[in-house]
Write a protein that binds this ligand. Structure first.
Ligand code: G3P
Ligand code: CA
Length: 338
């Protein structure tokens, strides 16, 4: 069976919660620490941006240059991995964290303060001890063009993640991009991997809930959803899942929850999980005797969130055709990868 199509079971459930660049409101974005924290917080998965280094490694970084997020300078594509690793990608945030009363990050830089490779992040996810889904965004334009997707598929194949069914450890991936050409390359190279078309400016086609050819799901910004909430219902009527970014504010969390989106991508995933009444294992969090941990929250929540109260809500019936994101990870508790 086409793994991308075997996913209708995910629709109609509680939205999956993804840490945007890790738990990046609390810790420096795209660092191992930010992703480890997200695992501990009980997320369903991560979002990360990837770029190719000069020597062909995929690294997790948003900007084309390292200036904002490290103590170095230069363009990612012009530097080798070894050169990128000479800089510290955590230090820039430490003062901000302390000033904001956030968790202290102290001590000498460690090997993990170098740039995070996608290989390392996949290893973290596979060692987390519970299912996780990675939403990997390829950044374009890139001077390496389609090599970004070719390298990505090679790496995912090495991790056993190109079948769409996951790697046996419960880890699965979807590839996202603002570039539909990039998604079509993924479709051609690894047809089982779900693809997500990102957009901040809707075209008439996506307004009507249609995913462009080569894309399975739609990834609108929260700005689009604020102005055009109806898009979610239209997408679901077409069997297209919707993942919304970057949802940080309480009012926006309330909005996307009421609309019944399939995934919520947030810099503050713990806030989103709390709003959904999902709490890490061991934290009763007011969820009652059964704890409604990440493992049990989905079905319980879908029955209790009153989503049928919103005109845009799907009243418990899965959209036809499936959202193609894959079944929700059925987590069995939250463990820190240590
Ligand atoms: O998850 C999609 C979102 O991250 C796209 O925007 O600029 O944060 O990569 P950006
Ligand atoms: Ca991104």
């Amino acid at each position: 069976m086409d793994a991308r199509r075997a996913v209708s079971s995910s629709l109609g459930a509680t939205p999956q919660v993804f840490a945007h660049r890790g738990s990046s409101a609390a810790l420096p974005e795209h660092t191992l620490a930010a992703y480890e924290r997200a695992v501990t917080e009980g997320v369903d998965g991560f979002e990360c941006d990837v770029r190719l280094t000069r020597d062909g490694h995929l690294v997790c970084i948003h900007d084309a240059s390292i200036t904002r997020t490290s103590n170095g300078r230069g363009r990612v594509t012009r530097l080798t991995l070894a050169e990128l690793n000479r800089h510290d990608y955590s230090a820039w945030h430490r003062e901000v964290l302390v000033a904001n009363g956030g968790p202290p990050v102290v001590g000498e830089p460690t090997a993990d303060d170098g740039i995070l490779t996608l290989d390392r992040l996949l290893t973290l996810a596979r060692g987390a001890g519970r299912p996780l889904r990675l939403l990997i965004e390829t950044k374009h334009p890139s001077r390496y063009g389609g090599d970004v997707e070719r390298r990505l598929v090679d790496l995912l194949a090495r991790h056993g993640l190109t079948t769409g069914a996951g790697d046996g450890s419960g880890v699965s991936v979807a590839v996202m991009s603002f570039s539909i050409r990039a998604l079509r390359r993924i479709r051609a190279l690894a047809p089982a991997i779900p693809t997500v078309f990102l957009f901040d400016i809707p075209t008439p086609s996506v307004w009507s809930g249609r995913a462009p050819a080569g894309a399975d799901l739609l990834g609108p910004s929260i700005r689009v959803i604020r102005y055009w909430p109806e898009m979610v219902r239209r997408a679901h009527e077409r069997g297209v899942g919707v993942l919304v970014w970057t949802v940080n504010e309480p009012a926006d969390i309330t909005l996307v929850r009421a609309l019944g989106v399939d995934g919520i991508i947030s810099d503050r995933p713990a806030d989103v999980l709390a709003a959904l009444d999902r709490h890490p294992a061991g934290d009763s969090g007011g969820t009652g005797a059964d704890g409604l941990s990440a493992s049990t929250g989905r079905d319980g929540l879908s029955a209790s969130t009153g989503r049928g109260g919103s005109p845009a809500t799907r009243v418990g019936s899965p959209a036809p055709g499936g959202g193609r994101l894959g079944p929700c990870p059925s987590t069995t508790g939250v463990s820190s990868p240590g």
